[in-house]
Each structure stands twice: as C-alpha cells, then as structure tokens.
Design a protein around this ligand. Structure first.
Ligand code: SF4
Ligand code: FES
Length: 259
C-alpha cells in the first residue's frame, strides 16, 4: 500500500468534493431506473463529464454513458443535468456547488442502460427529411458547385447542428407525440432547402406537410433555448409552417404540376 505524504497529498486530502446523483439502469437486473450517488472532486475546470469519467475510472467501471470529443462537437454526451438537457462536456460541476447534482438520461427517449438512450427514432427522423443535396442534373465532371459567402450564410446557422438531441429532450410536443418529426430534423431539412445547390425542397415539404410532420409544434421554443449551437430550430419550424401553408393554398388554387 502506498501512503502519500507532503503538501500535495495534504491538498488532495483537503480537496472539496460534490455529490452527483446518477441514474442507473441495468436491463438484466433492474425493473426500473434507480439513483446512485457518488462523491467526485469539485475542481473549477471539471465538467459533469469529468465527474462521470472519474466515477468510471476510480469508483465504478460499470457506469455507462456516451461521450467522445469532450469539446462540444460530437453531440454524443447529452444528458439531463439538474433537470436541464445539457452537454455534459460543457456543463461545469462548480455551477451546482455545493451540490448535489442530478445527472439523468435525456428525457423523451427509451433508456438502454444508465445514461445511454436509444437514438433509433431520432436517426429515422433525420433520414426521413432527406438531409442531403438533391439534384437531378448531377454531372460529376461538371466541376464544383461554387457558392458566394452570402449563399453560404443563408444556411450556415442550421448547419451547426451536432445532433445532440437536447432539443428533442426539451420538446414537450415530442414528449407527448413521438410521431412529431421534431426540431433538429426540421432544422436540417431547412439547412438543405436554403442551400443554393439543392433542388429538393419540394420532396422535403411532401414529407413534412403530413399531419405529424410539423403541425404539432405549438412554438413553445424550448428547443431553441436548450440548443448549445444556437441553431434556433424553432425558427426553422415556423418558416416551414409558412411554406406549408402557402403550398396548401397553392394546391387549392392550382392543380398539381401547374404553375
Ligand atoms: S438543433 Fe441544437 S439541440 Fe437540436 S440536435 Fe441540433 S445542436 Fe442539438
Ligand atoms: S463529448 Fe462531444 S459534445 Fe460532449
């Protein structure tokens, strides 16, 4: 056994700590979610993710959660921290001192294990809105499709989405109606619609104009509030609603294919 002595050891011993209350769930042995508390060091530069990594590395290696980049880029570390959908790598433990800090899986998604949720529904919704450039005149030998800075500006805000799903977790409409396409997928559809190289707006509108596509949104605005990348999905939904309403009027006034 190693016994630490000296000023550094004394400093470590005196280090402040904070309690994190983490949701646990093992599908093989638990009937329902439970909570387990851990003491972790309270350091100024430690995020919630650092606290979880400390637990996994030194206290309980069975704790399960997702993360990758540690810098707000990959979008994989979303959780509910003190009841708010948050990126755990961008949320500091010291903001909740003296604690405790509740760390739960993202709401509105089925829990697979501990803080890991099933993202299958979200992935399906993303692909449903065709988030890629659609053209029927692609000639691979034609060279690049150049854009002006203004054309890039038109969609760049919506292209900042990192698919972290915080907006789905915050959305009360998605919570009540899982068929609702949801904020990030609609914002992504708008990202491609606004791209000067894309011709797929009509195809995406056909998907989103369905009842559950976008009409469920009651403009609560929680999606925009929690978005860590300032994508503002609520504004994308409102823009889409306007387009869908204009299209419905057009469809009444003009037969399909005319005009
Ligand atoms: S819109 Fe914002 S909150 Fe929603 S998935 Fe994208 S980055 Fe995350
Ligand atoms: S670990 Fe990548 S966004 Fe947090």
């Amino acid at each position: 056994m190693t016994v630490e002595i000296g000023p550094q050891a004394a400093a470590r011993a005196a280090e402040e700590s904070i309690t994190i209350e983490v949701t646990r769930y093992d599908p093989d042995s638990d009937d329902e979610l439970r909570t387990q508390s851990y003491e972790v060091p309270l350091r100024k530069d430690w995020t919630v993710l650092d606290g979880l990594n400390h637990v996994k590395d030194t206290i309980d290696p069975t704790l399960s959660y997702r993360w990758s980049c540690r810098m707000g880029v990959c979008g994989s570390c979303g959780m509910n921290v003190q009841g708010q959908p948050s990126l755990s790598c961008g949320t500091f433990l010291s903001d909740f001192a003296p604690g405790p800090v509740r760390v739960e899986p993202l709401a509105n998604f089925p829990v697979i294990r501990d803080l890991v949720v099933d993202i299958g529904d979200f992935m399906e919704k993303l692909s449903k809105v065709k988030p890629w450039i659609i053209r029927d005149d692609v000639d691979v030998h034609a060279g690049e499709f150049l854009q002006t800075p203004a054309e890039l500006d038109a969609y760049s805000q919506f292209s900042s989405c990192i698919n972290c799903m915080l907006c789905y977790s915050a959305c009360p409409v998605y919570g009540l109606d899982p068929d609702f396409t949801g904020p990030a997928a609609i914002a992504l559809a708008e990202r491609y619609n606004l791209d000067s190289r894309d011709h797929g707006a009509r195809e995406r509108l056909d998907v989103l104009i369905e009842r559950e596509g976008l009409w469920g949104c009651t403009f609560v605005g929680e999606c925009t509030r929690v978005c860590p990348k300032h994508v503002d999905p609520a504004s994308a939904i409102q823009r889409y609603k306007l387009k869908a309403a204009q299209e419905s009027i057009r469809a009444v006034l003009l037969p399909r294919g005319a005009g």
